[in-house]
Write a protein that binds this ligand. Structure first.
Ligand code: SME
Length: 156
């Protein structure tokens, strides 16, 4: 398998459309979850240069930091806390246009301004979340939600 990612220019949607089959190719046939999470985080970082992109996995009543790309981050997040813990508790995607306006937002870095958090499932069970942070305000919309949801569905 060729490990080089083909970076595509164009609209955000065009970039996701080009990236999706490449991510599928990277993880198909690989059963190790950490390896797959690591390559998804790396591919998203490489294509979009997000400020921070990575996973937290559920362990008991906490989310624990898993493969990511970007600055060091909080290691553990309690159920229902911050954007990530709220996504887990409410079992739904959360888009935060301005993190300063989200009650209880956990600031791993003051440079992060907006964020999208998506539940990750194995079968019907939520096993963790995908968190993508931007240093720009209002950087995420329905296009990100659609394609990031499709990407994490590859793990299911
Ligand atoms: N901002 C997140 C914490 C995780 S970091 O941004 C990487 C939250 O409020 O849950």
């Amino acid at each position: 398998m060729a490990e080089d990612l083909k970076i595509k220019k164009g609209t955000k949607e065009e970039q996701y459309i080009a990236l999706l089959p490449q991510i599928k190719g990277l993880i198909t046939g690989e059963t190790n979850q950490i390896a797959n999470l690591a390559n998804i985080a790396a591919a998203l970082k490489e294509q979009f240069n997000f400020f921070w992109v990575g996973f937290y996995l559920i362990e008991g009543e906490q989310l624990v930091l898993a493969p990511f790309q970007g600055p060091v981050a909080c290691t553990r997040i309690q159920y229902g806390r911050g954007v990530c813990g709220t996504c887990w508790k409410e079992n739904r995607t959360i888009i935060v246009p301005n993190v300063d306006e989200f009650p209880g937002h956990i600031a791993c870095s003051s440079l992060s301004k907006s964020e999208i958090v998506i539940p990750v499932y194995k079968g019907n069970n939520i096993i963790g979340i995908l968190d993508v942070d931007s240093s720009e305000l209002n950087d995420f919309d329905a296009v990100d939600e659609q394609y990031l949801t499709e990407i994490v569905a590859l793990l299911s």
